[in-house]
Design a binder for this molecule. Structure first.
Ligand SMILES: C[S@@+](CC[C@H](N)C(=O)[O-])C[C@H]1O[C@@H](n2cnc3c(N)ncnc32)[C@H](O)[C@@H]1O
Length: 344
């Protein structure tokens, strides 16, 4: 924040930078993908380490963040291309570019500070703005649409599953009562409804609406859908020795990453007894972080948002199959509406 409380666009501090660059083994001349460019903090660090001769492909579903990142990266030099797209389309993008296998892929999941702190984006229970929460503002449905149109049971399920909120039923009932009176359109309005719906016992370190807002954000942006498949697909584009690094900010995401990595490393992902386990045990990769890495105290002090970060990394050990760069995109094979900014 500036002295006047305004948001500055460079405010998003990239999380666990040193770990990211080390694990990706960024090297001059290498080919890397940042599938969540955000404001370009990690991308910039990668570019600095892969020049001269390196290339970076960047993706983000938020056009405004990408625009800021584009200016920032362009000021630093060349060697990157940015795409406004969902990272679920990463296979399509890489296939269309017909690139050789890549050396490293980064996914720094969740939202960036610009999105969180810009009142008009409607992510925060502290701002009296329209309840929006879309990362991609070209998407049709907003958080207000969900809150005003889903059934009470659907709302309770979302709040329970994505917010891990034990008061989900009370909150959903309160939302439905309120919207009968008047549609819920503002962040503060929803935060007040949630806060009034249950009694906080003892000391609570977080705002009562925190979990509900997290749940709605995940639902609006379908953050968990297809993540495991994406990780498997992305892995297919790595060269032998290439690495994928993922930073998750809540346990739901982290569980998906852990499971995908275990599967790719040929480890069991089921709950069955060992003698009954039928998990395929073909190891295509090697887990580099048996336990997720977390930020050090110093980083958390300077960047409290890093507090909940969990970083996992996986290395490809086998030779790429036919899928890498060989057209295994969707049968339609259309590049979609990729906003291909700035080739250099
Ligand atoms: C934590 S931020 C990344 C910050 C970035 N590493 C930096 O240093 O500025 C996560 C970014 O991922 C983007 N994002 C989230 N889900 C996405 C998806 N499915 N496809 C593309 N981008 C996504 C968000 O828009 C956000 O900009």
């Amino acid at each position: 924040m500036t002295l006047h409380g305004e948001h500055t666009e460079t405010e998003h501090l990239p999380v666990m930078r040193r770990e990211v660059y080390d694990l990706l083994r960024c090297r001059p001349g290498g080919l890397y993908v940042d599938a969540t460019v955000g404001l370009g903090g990690h991308s910039l660090g990668i570019l600095e380490r892969i020049r001269p001769g390196g290339r970076l492909i960047g993706i983000d579903r938020d056009a405004e963040s990408l625009e800021k990142a584009s200016l920032r990266l362009a000021a630093s030099g060349s060697g990157f291309r940015l795409f406004h797209d969902n990272y679920k389309n990463l296979p399509l993008i890489l296939n269309n570019l017909a690139l050789p296998p890549v050396d490293g892929i980064l996914l720094d999941l969740g939202v960036n500070s610009y999105q969180l702190l810009s009142p008009e984006r409607g992510f925060s229970f502290q701002s009296d703005e329209m309840l929006d929460m879309r990362m991609d503002r070209t998407q049709r449905w907003t958080a207000a649409d969900l809150v005003n149109n889903l059934s009470e049971t659907e709302l309770a399920d979302i709040i329970y599953r994505y917010g891990e909120e034990r008061h989900s039923r009370r909150i959903a009932a309160a939302i439905v009562r309120e919207r009968k009176r008047a549609p819920i359109t503002r962040c503060l309005q929803l935060a007040a409804v949630v806060s009034r719906s249950f009694r906080v016992r003892g000391h609570q370190s977080i705002h009562p609406a925190t979990r509900t807002f997290q749940a709605l954000r995940i639902a609006v942006n379908e953050e968990l859908e297809g993540l495991e498949e994406l990780l498997t697909d992305a892995f297919g584009f790595l060269s032998p020795g290439g690495r994928i690094v993922v930073i998750a900010f809540h346990s739901l995401e982290d569980r998906i990453v852990k499971r995908a990595f275990r599967r790719l490393a040929g480890q069991c992902v089921c709950d069955a007894a060992p003698e009954l386990c039928t998990c395929p045990r073909t190891a295509r990769g090697r887990i580099l972080t048996p336990r997720p890495l977390t930020p050090g105290e110093e980083e958390v002090q300077t960047n409290p948002r890093a507090r909940s970060a969990r970083l996992r990394a996986l290395e490809r050990t086998e030779t790429p199959g036919p899928e890498a760069g060989a057209g295994d995109a969707s049968p339609d094979g259309e590049p979609g509406d990729h906003d291909d900014r700035l080739g250099s």
